[in-house]
Design a protein around this ligand. Structure first.
Ligand code: SF4
Ligand code: SF4
Length: 158
């Protein structure tokens, strides 16, 4: 039975397409269905499939570094943490950096404003963390994303 791999680039969070697709190439029955935002991305992925390579030891080390960096921050968008009694839009707040890969910063600042402002109401009660099956550090990531957003919005106003 074949397996379809959705979001092979983690919805835009994983930047190393070479590592993602070479990892999947080890499993010949897996068919990835990546989202594409430019013709260059198609060329890159097709190139990786035209000349498949095994992952090297160095590649595995790089994968492990990425895994440990994202392990407590990678949101799978399952939505189990919602709703927040304080009205924090957790899902959108967690996705800010992934969205940035797809949207122009000036558009992102506008489209994410309400979600990012809602983070100011977080009282760090921890209820969302208890509900998250991946045990993500949700309030910490939200705080970081809010700071990132404010910085972005500041630059955009100049
Ligand atoms: S920690 Fe913050 S975001 Fe999570 S449920 Fe509590 S108030 Fe909402
Ligand atoms: S429960 Fe965790 S993984 Fe799921 S949407 Fe919420 S933060 Fe993301």
């Amino acid at each position: 039975m074949g397996i379809i791999a959705m979001k092979p680039l983690g919805g835009g969070l994983l930047e190393r397409a070479d590592l993602c697709f070479r990892f999947l190439q080890q499993h010949p029955y897996v068919v990835p269905i990546p989202g594409i935002s430019s013709p260059d991305e198609i060329d890159e992925i097709v190139g990786l499939y035209e000349s498949p390579k095994m992952l090297t030891e160095e590649n595995w080390r790089e994968i492990e570094e990425i895994r440990s960096d994202l392990g407590r921050r990678f949101c799978h968008r399952c939505g189990y943490c919602m709703p927040c009694k304080q009205g924090v839009e957790i899902l959108d707040g967690m996705q800010l950096k992934a969205r940035m890969k797809r949207l122009d910063p000036s558009k992102l600042v506008i489209s994410e404003r309400a979600a990012m402002e809602s983070i100011e109401h977080c009282i760090e009660c921890g209820e969302c963390v208890e509900k998250c099956p991946y045990n993500l550090s949700i309030p910490d990531v939200l705080r970081e994303n809010l700071a990132f957003y404010k910085d972005l919005a500041g630059h955009n106003d100049k």
